[in-house]
Design a protein around this ligand. Structure first.
Ligand code: HEM
Length: 493
């Protein structure tokens, strides 16, 4: 009786939102179709059908409320305690990233997030710009070889971004840019697709069947490759730390690192992220177990390089597609670098690149890097308009819908960076999420994207790859083009 009572109460609350009547067992699941790559498109159709506003869906036994209203997005993302991720999404991601900061809850999440946060503080930006600029020279060497020809930007931007992260956060030189066919790059390119399939293909949760399929084998091999790469990075850094200690003992001191901190296992803000994981004893007074460090390094290496690469590549594509935007970015660059057009940017100059920033934002709006994020409610939640959503519901921030809503973005079909100079709702555009569980790496990502694009655009004229190369975007957990991102780069004289 209690179960029935709760169900009917929940249904009463949920049915305040538009949505189709759910069938027994499957709910509205069939409306998502059977092709995971197409489910985002299907959800957009449902959003339009119900009046381009927040709507509800029942997927299997789960209740979803999908939000496109910025007021309600502000309510969920800034909530101090509703920080739990959608259980289904975590199930899809956990085989790759275990119980990492992005997938964990409660004390583990809080402790690790606190340990990591100083590595992403705004004070670190100056140092990050230097790292990006250094690796840009290696990128130029590779891209110069393709002068005038069509090149897949993913192929070189991914290893480039991975090398920057590895050097800047892990203190290890990886140089994947010189081996773009490296097994890590091949494996990590499969992650988005596999997680998206796990998420939308419910039969995969029937483990004994899934384990018999080739998909399972592919997933296991992919996980092994990316986690083994983290093991190598961790052991390289351990060796380096040992060398620093030995060198110091032999009076050959490496000035970069404070030995007392290392020997005393003290963690300082200046240390690279991996040193913090290796040296801290925050976890029950003991060093962090190796598999826990592996979870975090695998997550940060993957998410940090993949999302940033996709956003940069898609922005370069938009710049190539809209020559007037390219012209205005270039004019802004000329106004900053009129004396020396090849000089690398400083952090202050990056903040002056307002039009470039608007162009990156408009690229994210039209090709959202992250298409949805979810929170699974622990308690009932009341939104600004007085409607309540019951505990256990999954509340989804449906970015694609927000970005295509004419109430929020006037003439959403137009590519218009200038819209970001107009006043807008402060939660209309939160691609890095917001509130206590926002993206830790957003400052790092901004620095990397702005510095890289500023350097690239001053060196090369960008145009589209031509017939047959138009990107085929798939809106997976991260948006990516199935046939790469082909652009023609021509060195400026
Ligand atoms: C353009 C690039 C990026 C975009 C669009 C992006 C977007 C996001 C979003 C939307 C979330 C929230 C996910 C959710 O609530 O389900 C998130 C979380 C996170 N991001 Fe990013 N991100 C980017 C780059 C980075 C970089 C460069 C790093 C690290 C080097 C990073 C590390 C993280 C971490 C660790 C979390 C989990 C935070 C937590 O749960 O407490 N991201 N990111």
């Amino acid at each position: 009786y209690e179960f029935m009572r709760r169900r009917s109460r929940n249904w009463k609350l949920l049915s305040q939102y538009p949505g189709d009547y759910p069938l027994p067992i499957v709910g509205n699941g069939f409306q998502l179709g059977f092709d995971a790559d197409d489910s985002s498109h299907k959800l957009m159709e449902i959003w339009k059908k119900h009046g381009r506003t927040n709507f509800r869906m029942t997927v299997g036994s789960e209740e979803w409320v999908l939000l496109s209203n910025p007021d309600d997005i502000a309510t969920i993302l800034n909530h101090p305690t509703e920080l739990g991720k959608q259980v289904e999404r975590n199930t899809a991601m956990a085989p790759f990233f275990g119980n990492s900061v992005s997938t964990s809850e409660g004390e583990r999440w809080k402790t690790i997030r606190k340990l990591m946060a100083p590595s992403f503080h705004f004070k670190t930006q100056e140092k990050r710009v230097e790292h990006v600029n250094k690796y840009c020279d290696s990128l130029f060497k590779v891209l110069d070889d393709h002068d005038g020809t069509v090149v897949d930007m993913y192929r070189y931007l991914r290893p480039y971004m991975f090398d920057i992260l590895c050097n800047s956060l892990m203190g290890v030189d990886s140089d994947l840019l010189s081996t773009p066919d490296h097994p890590y790059l091949k494996a990590s390119a499969k992650v988005v697709n596999i997680i998206t399939q796990n998420f939308f293909s419910y039969w995969r949760n029937i483990k004994f069947i899934f384990q018999l399929t080739p998909f399972y084998k592919e997933m296991t091999e992919t996980i092994k490759t990316i986690r083994d790469t983290s093991t190598v990075i961790i052991s390289e850094r351990k060796k380096e730390l040992k060398k620093i200690i030995d060198d110091t003992k032999n009076n050959n001191r490496n000035v970069d690192v404070d030995l007392e901190e290392i020997l005393g296992n003290k963690v300082s803000d200046d240390m690279c992220l991996l040193d913090k994981f290796l040296l801290s004893k925050i976890y029950n007074g003991e060093p962090l177990p190796e598999d826990m460090i592996n979870d975090e390094i695998t997550l940060v290496s993957w998410t940090g390089h993949y999302t940033t690469t996709m956003t940069m590549a898609h922005t370069l594509y938009c710049i190539a597609k809209y020559p007037e935007v390219q012209k205005r970015i270039l004019e802004e660059q000329k106004s900053i670098y009129n004396k020396d057009f090849t000089r690398k940017p400083t952090n202050t100059e990056l903040t002056d690149m307002k039009y470039l920033e608007a162009a990156i934002k408009e690229s994210i709006r039209t090709i959202p890097t992250v298409t949805k994020i979810g929170r699974q409610l622990k308690n009932d939640l009341e939104f600004k308009d007085g409607r309540k959503v019951p505990a256990d519901t999954t509340v989804v921030v449906f970015y694609e819908a927000v970005y295509q809503d004419p109430k929020t973005f006037h003439e959403p079909e137009k590519f218009n960076p200038d819209r970001f100079f107009e006043p807008m709702h402060n939660h209309a555009f939160v691609p890095f999420s917001a509130g206590p569980r926002n993206c830790l790496g957003f400052r790092f990502a901004w620095v990397a994207m702005k510095a890289t694009i500023s350097n690239i655009i001053r060196r090369y004229e960008l145009s589209l790859g031509g017939p047959g190369t138009e990107p085929q975007f798939a809106y997976r957990i991260v948006t990516e083009s199935k046939n790469g991102l082909q652009l023609r780069l021509k060195k400026r004289t």
